[in-house]
Ligand binder design. Structure first.
Ligand code: ADE
Length: 252
């Protein structure tokens, strides 16, 4: 069976999965990235870290598809909350994704990918639903014991994280000012959160006709505290947050 492709930008975002890949894993170094090919819970997978940004993510996704023949691609990582409901610690499943920094107007409509004639790239419903079930299962059964009370107190804006499904915006920009956050929200009011890779991977998958899905954990509010919040969330919370959700996904 063709493997499932799993991507994240940075090591910490899926650290626990990387540490538990089992004995069968083989490593392939291509264009500066390590592709970990293996089997977990009877499921073939290829895991890779793209590094940050749309170009890095697009080229990595292309290699997953062309060299490893993945049957689908799942992206996991952190994001900055833009919508007032997307609070730190919450989970966002991207049902659709666009590039908030793409603007070839007046040649083409703002945000639209020129000539492809597309602004929004939809995730695969079946895959997204499986991720949703994995998240709910995780929140119901594991979240309470996954982090220390003082970690929850310090990092999570809610007692229990909330789960959102909706629009994600991608751009080659770390959003760390309310003015920029507001501009994104005004131009595309449904935007739940921002990150720096998803729409690039979604476009590549669309062009290859490969199912794509994405989930993001809110690490910051894309405001003037974003750098500090992001860095601390990345080192203290991220390593053991997306990983158990991905593990559940592989078991399904
Ligand atoms: N990923 C996590 N937080 C982010 C932010 N504020 N801007 C862009 N990408 C992010």
């Amino acid at each position: 069976e063709a493997p499932i492709g799993i991507m994240a930008a940075l090591e910490q975002e899926i650290a626990v999965i990387l540490q538990n890949m089992g004995e069968s894993v083989s490593v392939h170094l291509i264009a500066g990235r390590r592709y970990y090919q293996g089997q977990l819970d009877g499921q073939h997978y290829v895991v890779v870290l793209s590094r940050i940004g749309k170009v890095a993510a697009a080229s990595t996704a292309t290699t997953l598809i062309n060299k490893f023949g993945v049957r689908s691609v799942v992206f996991a990582g952190l994001a900055g909350g833009v919508h007032p409901d997307a609070l730190i610690g919450d989970i966002v499943i991207g049902s659709s994704i666009y590039q908030h920094d793409l603007d070839a107007s007046p040649l083409f409509p703002k945000f639209s990918v020129p000539l492809l004639n597309k602004t929004f790239f939809d995730s695969d419903d079946v895959l997204s639903n499986t991720i949703k079930q994995s998240c709910l299962d995780y929140l119901d059964n594991d979240f309470d014991t996954a982090f220390k009370p003082e970690q929850k107190q310090r990092f999570f804006q809610r007692q229990k994280p909330q789960f959102h499904v909706g629009l994600i915006g991608s751009g080659d920009l770390f959003v760390n000012a309310l003015e920029k956050q507001n501009q994104i929200a005004e131009q595309m009011p449904d935007t739940l959160c921002v990150e720096m890779e998803g729409a690039a991977v979604a476009q590549v998958c669309y062009e290859y006709d490969i199912p794509f899905a994405i989930f993001r954990i809110i690490s910051d509010r894309a405001d003037s505290n974003a750098i500090m919040d992001f860095n601390e969330f990345l080192s203290e919370i991220a390593p053991n947050y997306a990983s158990p959700i991905l593990r559940r996904l592989l078991q399904r």
